[in-house]
Design a protein around this ligand. Structure first.
Ligand SMILES: [Ca+2]
Ligand SMILES: [Ca+2]
Ligand SMILES: [Ca+2]
Length: 372
């Protein structure tokens, strides 16, 4: 048996050793008496070895692939320890929300070892994403069957699998308006959820600050019609899937002005603008990278116009040409917009161009991009 902790080194002369005479002997005796330079020291009073969770609750998005569960080992780390993680269903369903050991059993037990000196170890619990509005769900975690250690606290914990509301949002929305007979808009969107109770339709008039729910249509319904809209006003519509208190993220925005036949030219009395592009398409952009797009607005009318540019919010930003400006005939203003996605998913917004005098929106330029 090797010399373990707590055992003092024997104060006997090693085999074959003969005490030396002269000055060296007292020095050697002193070295041995104090524990020796190369001999094992007696272990200091150690806390017992314990293994516990690093937290009482862990949280992971259902889209993350797996949850990392860290367990810590404290006290005496000079030996080797083992511990098992037991995973049992809370409100989450094994096989649907997370991966059990095999599909036929509901409990999953996995083991981790701690090497000499090792103070923490990580369990990985695979989680599964779905197209369901199922809210946050839980899995119960427990540390069991420790070897070479006792269990500390906490030895039970909860894993919260967060519903990813971006997965169930309507990915696209298209709109068509007609002035006859009564300024009607029709919205059509994609159904990307499997268990919605319905789709909530919201509208904002003239800005994107005040949103009002105009209707909630039934499950699997993917269109909505509204009549009697006003002309030459910017309308914004958005849709999301709902089920009780759980909702998906909002769809991209449907942004339009009834009577505005073409974004490129705004007809009006002494009032004509041209746009270099109909929309700002950023495409797929790596999360936290910045992409820039710009649109040139040219006054092709005969009078100077006082205009205001604004509208977009995070993750879009107007980095040039924002605010009020005067645009003389023949002059061009460049509006630069950046897109910096802070998460994966699709984003949509719109730059608005309005009259500085009364805020009337005269054009909208949709901006779209996908974070990846
Ligand atoms: Ca789920
Ligand atoms: Ca879900
Ligand atoms: Ca559906």
């Amino acid at each position: 048996m090797s010399c373990g902790r707590g055992e003092r080194p024997a104060r006997t002369w090693p085999a074959g050793f003969r005490p030396v005479s002269g000055l060296a002997a007292p020095l050697l005796a002193a070295v041995l008496a104090t524990g020796g330079l190369a001999l094992p020291r007696p272990a200091a009073a150690q806390e017992p070895t314990r293994i516990q969770f690093s937290a009482g609750e862990y949280s992971v998005s259902e889209s993350a692939g797996f949850a990392s569960i860290t367990v810590t080992r404290t006290g005496d780390l000079s030996g080797i320890s083992f511990v098992n993680l037991q995973v049992t269903p809370g409100s989450a369903t094994p096989g649907e929300d997370y991966v059990p050991l095999n599909p036929d059993v509901e409990a999953r037990e996995i083991i981790r070892s701690f090497d000499v000196g090792q103070a923490s170890a990580t369990f990985f619990v695979p989680v599964l994403a779905d197209q369901l509005l199922d809210g946050d769900e839980t899995v119960n975690l427990a540390l069991v069957s420790p070897e070479g250690a006792a269990l500390g606290g906490p030895d039970t914990a909860t894993l919260v699998i967060r519903d990813d509301a971006a997965r169930t949002r309507p990915r696209t929305i298209v709109w068509r308006w007609q002035t006859r007979p009564n300024n009607r808009v029709r919205l059509d969107w994609t159904d990307d959820s499997e268990n919605e109770a319905g789709f909530e339709v919201q509208r904002s008039v003239g800005n994107q600050r005040e949103w009002r729910t105009v209707d909630t249509v039934g499950s699997n319904v993917t269109s909505f019609v509204q009549d009697n809209l006003r002309s030459r006003v910017a309308y914004y519509y958005r849709v999301r899937a709902v089920r009780g208190a759980v909702a998906s993220d909002w769809s991209p925005l449907a942004t339009f002005v009834i009577g505005q036949a073409d974004d490129r030219t705004v007809p009006g009395e002494q009032f004509r603008l041209q746009f270099s592009t109909r929309r700002l398409e950023f495409g797929r952009v790596t999360v936290n990278r910045v992409e820039r797009r710009s649109v040139r607005i040219r006054n092709v009318g005969r009078t100077t116009q006082r205009l205001r540019v604004g509208g977009v919010g995070d993750p879009f930003m107007i980095t040039r040409g924002s605010g009020e400006f005067s645009l003389r005939p023949g002059r061009t203003l460049t509006v630069q917009v950046t897109f910096r996605p802070t998460a994966r998913g699709r984003f949509a917004d719109a730059v608005t161009l309005s009259k500085a005098a009364d805020g009337t929106v005269i054009a909208t330029i949709p901006a779209r991009g996908t974070g990846r």
